[in-house]
Design a binder for this molecule. Structure first.
Ligand code: SAH
Length: 419
């Protein structure tokens, strides 16, 4: 979501005559687009602001955008006196106001509107992967999560707006479309004629665009996986057979305390449904270890489920208490050293399975999407349908290539392009 917001902000500033620079000392305006999901991300913002303050030109204006802006509000101006703007995730289209009045301070952390989508100029060239938001905010109220506070309640975008933006992205170069939302599969929009559109409608309409070759979406909530969406994995060839479906914990007891609205049996039944309609599907997950009250037994259940499902790629985090959340004031917070031990143990299980799946891919052939050169500039990185990075050597990279996997390790694949 932040990548998308960043592209729109960049397009807006370009519209005002700015050009991008990587050098803080050259910049006339500097903004940090921020994430508040874990405390570490928030802390990084303030240390980065300190560094920017020292490096920037004296008259350059700077500020924060996104969820940390929403979380800290006017406190940010108290912490960093000469900061110029603090704009929440639904107000960044107001940035031009500070350009016309740089001596002022601009604060807007209001929620409840999605005018930003309409008010920003469209991007003029698209990367091969276009991120298209279908909804903002979340109504789930997981007890650990700051998102309902920072991004507000769910608002689904009009179907016609999403399709117009998707077609525009395809026209200007996108080959893969990734639909976004904090609760992406909760997307639901009813138009003036009374017709209701769901995520499956968005995907099917997008699949009709010839130049779009791959479709995916993130981040989904298990109980919002309806049959229309699940069945699409069985017959919509452009929908990648790879799904992020966060489980968070393997213990029913902890899931309840997290206010996740499923238990492990229900989650496993869902996985089985996906595997039945699409035998090739692979799943990734998010995990939180060390949630308040998590016993050794609860944690062992998380390890068991990680092994049972065999996720091919996952994100795992130590629980981080966040302001405005119920879990932050729960009893039995877990000491940091135990959280760290548990994370190491879970990661080793997740990494083993990731390596195992990567090795399983050796000798297989996939249609892959070009991502860019590697760090050395001598090889190219492509993404398989399972989003694994695959390194190849070729003189002329093409947007899509058929690649035979020749070797693999935990973090990537190597392959060669076949005609
Ligand atoms: N559905 C949202 C989730 C955002 S956060 C979205 O993707 O837009 C991504 C992941 O961060 C969550 O799935 C969860 O595993 C983790 N997370 C959220 N709050 C957290 C917290 N307080 N501490 C640790 N991890 C957290």
């Amino acid at each position: 979501m932040n990548v998308y917001d960043g592209q729109r902000i960049a397009a807006m500033l370009e519209h005002h005559g700015f050009i991008q620079t990587d050098n803080v000392a050259d910049a006339d305006i500097i903004l940090l687009n921020t994430c508040a999901v874990r405390a570490k991300a928030t802390d990084k913002v303030y240390s980065a602001l300190g560094r920017i303050r020292l490096a920037k030109k004296p008259d350059a204006i700077y500020g924060i955008i996104g969820c940390v802006a929403r979380e800290s509000g006017s406190d940010a101006f108290r912490k960093i006196k000469d900061l110029n703007f603090v704009l929440g995730p639904q107000s960044y289209h107001k940035l031009p106001e500070i350009l016309s009045d740089p001596d002022n301070k601009l604060l807007d952390i209001n929620l409840g509107g999605i005018e930003k989508f309409d008010e920003l100029p469209p991007i003029s060239t698209s990367p091969l992967v276009a991120y298209i938001p279908v909804q903002e905010g979340c109504n789930h109220c997981c007890t650990y999560c700051i998102v309902p506070y920072t991004r507000g309640p769910e608002i689904s975008r009009p179907f016609s707006d999403i399709m117009a933006e998707t077609m525009h992205a395809a026209d200007i170069g996108a080959i893969e479309i990734c639909f976004l939302g904090q609760n992406v599969n909760g997307y639901k929009f009813t138009d003036e004629s009374g017709k209701t559109y769901k995520l499956s409608d968005v995907i099917q309409e997008t699949a009709k665009i010839d130049s779009v070759k791959r479709i995916r979406f993130t981040s989904s909530y298990p109980t919002e996986m309806t049959d229309d969406l699940i069945n699409l994995f069985g017959h919509e060839k452009k929908l990648l057979p790879f799904l992020n479906m966060p489980i968070q914990s393997g213990s029913d007891n902890i899931l309840k305390k997290m206010n996740r609205q499923y238990n492990i049996d229900e989650y496993m039944a869902l996985i089985n449904k996906f595997k039945t309609v699409c035998p090739d599907i692979q799943i990734s997950s998010d995990f939180i270890v060390g949630f308040p009250g998590e016993s050794n037994e609860d944690f062992e259940q998380t390890c068991d489920i990680a092994k049972r499902v065999g996720y091919i790629n996952s994100y795992s985090f130590k629980y981080s208490p966040r302001p405005h959340t119920a879990a932050a004031i729960m009893q039995n917070q877990i000491p940091e050293n135990i959280k760290s031990e548990r994370l190491i143990k879970l990661d080793s299980i997740l990494n083993d399975r990731q390596r195992e799946f990567n090795l399983f891919c050796v000798d297989k052939t996939f249609d892959c999407l070009y991502e860019g050169p590697d760090k050395t500039g001598t090889h190219q990185i492509y993404r398989t349908p399972y989003m694994q990075p695959c390194i190849v050597t070729s003189n002329t990279p093409s947007p899509m290539a058929r690649i035979k996997i020749t070797s693999a390790n935990k973090s990537c694949l190597h392959g060669k392009i076949i005609d």
